[in-house]
Design a protein around this ligand. Structure first.
Ligand code: C2E
Ligand code: MG
Ligand code: MG
Ligand code: MG
Length: 274
């Protein structure tokens, strides 16, 4: 009997493993033609100044509405795009689209674009950023590149060099999801990030009464300030969280409380209101 149970659970495990691999393979095939089928678009989520609550920037977030599978979550397809290096051409398209949208916004509103490690390490990355800025006419100062700590894993030197090049052009660089990756304070010493983005798990944790989350947030804000870096609290959903992160000294706030990711037209409506 024991043997039977084991082989049954083994079977179940294998089946779910195969199902997952199969789903991934299907998504990969669909993703390969997503760009030319016009299935990709960008959503824009507002980031507000913690004091005035005025919109200071938008983060561009990639959306995929597949003809076969409907809307697919970025958490699912971004890793596939990275593994297949499809993120390189897709990322170049994102950069152009994001800069084009931002060029039509009021002059002080900035755009933040997420960049994966594979994209950053591509030899054409810097020239493609310059290309997007030139084509759109967007001032480099209005573009922020968001990277996560994982970009430093494979080739930290080349990643830093690429970021230093875009900084030399006038763009700024933000460190996304801080504290969730292989955090090393060495990167903070080496790279002049304009902003550290505090991951929403800490924000939600602290607001829910978790003392460790609160202590970490407090320490990171203090450290960022000492380093001359700004902070953005991510995933802020309630008034309570707004008040908490403001009290902690966060400079900027992003989250559903102030606005969900929305299409470019809805983003523009936010300017009309203010
Ligand atoms: P991220 O860069 O940390 O983006 C923030 C994520 O948190 C977004 O998820 C956003 O919709 C979500 N979010 C914002 N406010 C709230 C909130 O108040 N509550 C909750 N529960 N969630 C909130 P999304 O759009 O699903 O993207 C997930 C991740 O996929 C991003 O995390 C980023 O790492 C990656 N990603 C998205 N777009 C791109 C892109 O254009 N290029 C690259 N390379 N990666 C992207
Ligand atoms: Mg981001
Ligand atoms: Mg983030
Ligand atoms: Mg994230």
């Amino acid at each position: 009997r024991a043997k039977e149970t084991r082989s049954n659970s083994h079977c179940r495990y294998e089946r779910s493993f195969h199902a997952q691999a199969e789903e991934r393979r299907k998504l990969e095939i669909a993703l390969r033609s997503a760009m030319k089928r016009d299935e990709l678009h960008l959503a824009f989520q507002p980031v507000v100044d913690a004091q005035s609550e005025a919109v200071v920037s938008f983060e561009a977030l990639l959306r995929w509405r597949s003809t076969e599978y409907g809307p697919v979550s970025p958490e699912k397809f971004i890793p596939i795009a990275e593994e297949t290096r499809l993120i390189v051409p897709i990322g170049e398209w994102i950069m152009h689209e994001a800069c084009k949208a931002a060029a039509s916004w009021p002059g002080d509103v900035r755009i933040a674009v997420n960049v994966s490690g594979e994209q950053l390490l591509d030899p054409n990355f810097v020239s493609s950023v310059i290309g997007a800025l030139t084509t759109s006419g967007l001032a480099p100062e209005r573009l922020e590149i968001e990277v996560t700590e994982s970009i430093f894993l494979s080739d930290a030197t080349r990643a830093c060099t690429a970021l230093e090049h875009v900084m030399a052009v006038g763009c700024t660089v933000a460190l996304d999801d801080f504290g969730t990756g292989y955090s090393s304070l060495g990167y903070l010493r080496r790279m002049r990030f304009s902003t550290i983005k505090l991951d929403r798990s800490f924000v939600n944790g602290a607001a829910g009464g978790n003392r460790e989350c609160l202590a970490i947030l407090q320490a990171v804000v203090t450290m960022a300030e000492s380093l001359g870096m700004s902070t953005t609290a991510e995933g802020v959903e309630t008034r309570r969280e707004v008040d908490m992160v403001r009290k902690l000294g966060c400079r900027k706030i992003q989250g559903y409380y102030f606005g969900k990711p929305a299409d470019a037209l809805a983003a523009q409506a936010l300017f009309a209101m203010s």
